[in-house]
Design a protein around this ligand. Structure first.
Ligand code: SF4
Length: 345
């Protein structure tokens, strides 16, 4: 199979998994179903506020029920979800409830993929996930015997079955072994993620001799080259598609695209979208007098939002008192974090 793509967006052989097709343009909402996980991978990038805790997030927004998760997914204007953790299968009832509810609410074509170490992937669990509507399962091998889970999933269900592992220098041979094993077990793809170098795993990686790349912040030095090397090998030796996903692409372009999709359905009348996936609005903070509706809308305690136009903000400040700002923020529910705030003089 021919190697396609480029190092900044990713390289791959064959067709990428459907979950990746949708992730690329930011059309997948990320459902972090629990932080609970019974593995302890040395490269684990999950934040210490989440790992080990039974927390539930959609696109980094905390949610407290499946119903709240559905609202957040709807707000993101996505075409599918990826279920992640922790190990999602450590909370099987919640995962099944999310899969069923998402398929019921958004329809059979709304794509769902799930990552798991496979530790709790029993035959009953795999069939239950498939019957609930799960489309794609990605095993993250953490212990010997992961091939058996891939075989079970491939034989007992019609889900797309693959594996996903981080890649860094020194792991090329291991990656080739995983590709061979997935192939033999009946899986249909392998994804390689550029290993991240972030606060939660920095110490553990440094102890193993890994360094942060100077050219590619927050990634392991040499991980890009290692990933490309494995995909090159796969183009000559593997029968299944292999895809290398650069961390920088995931963090910058995919996230920006995801925010831009959210803005399409969630921007308020006074908010202007930017090319970076953020929103800009005008804000009058006045404890003195409230502007009438139709000119500005209450958007916080003693805050009134309106178009981000200097002349209009000047006028409102003169008429109603207080201070006026042009604010840029992220399209989260709370419009945080704030990117910039400029006071109108
Ligand atoms: S299985 Fe995933 S969440 Fe669990 S420790 Fe490993 S990398 Fe972290």
């Amino acid at each position: 199979m021919k190697m396609l793509g480029n190092p900044s967006k990713g390289v791959f052989t064959g067709h990428m998994a459907r979950g990746c097709d949708l992730c690329f343009p930011g059309a997948k909402a990320v459902v972090f179903v629990t932080g609970v996980c019974d593995d302890s991978c040395f490269y684990c990038p999950v934040s210490r506020e989440k790992l080990g805790y039974d927390v539930f997030y959609v696109n980094e927004e905390p949610v407290y029920s499946v119903e709240e998760a559905l609202v957040e997914i709807e707000r993101s204007n996505s075409l599918g979800i990826s279920i992640t953790g922790g190990d999602p299968l450590a909370r099987p009832d919640r995962v099944l409830a999310v899969v069923r509810a998402v398929k019921e609410s958004f329809g059979p074509w709304f794509h769902i993929h799930l990552y798991t170490s496979g530790r709790y992937a029993t035959p009953d669990m795999l069939v239950a996930l498939w019957r609930a509507g799960l489309d794609e399962i990605r095993f993250h091998p953490t212990e010997p015997g992961f091939e058996d889970r891939i075989r079970m999933a491939a034989n007992l269900t019609r889900m797309t079955v693959g594996a996903e592992i981080p890649i860094a220098p020194g792991l090329e041979e291991y990656a080739a072994k995983v590709i061979r094993a997935v192939e033999e077990a009946g899986g249909s793809f392998v994804n390689l993620n550029e290993m991240e170098f972030v606060e939660p795993n920095a110490r553990s990686l440094a102890m193993r001799g890994y360094r942060e790349s100077k050219a590619r912040p927050f990634t392991v030095d040499g991980a890009l080259e290692a990933g490309i090397k494995v995909v090159e090998w796969a183009s000559r030796n593997a029968r299944i598609p292999v895809h290398f996903c650069p961390a920088s692409f995931k963090d910058s372009i995919q996230t920006r695209n995801r925010l831009a999709r959210t803005i399409l359905v969630d921007a308020k009348w006074y908010e202007a979208p930017t090319r970076d996936g953020t929103l800009v609005w005008g804000e009058l903070r006045s404890p003195i007098k409230e502007p009438p509706p139709g000119i500005a809308e209450k958007c916080g305690k003693e805050s009134y939002c309106t178009y981000p136009e200097e002349r209009l903000l000047h006028k409102l400040r003169d008429l109603y008192g207080g201070d006026a700002f042009i604010v840029e923020g992220h399209p989260t529910r709370q419009r945080k974090p704030i990117v910039s705030e400029t006071q109108i003089q």
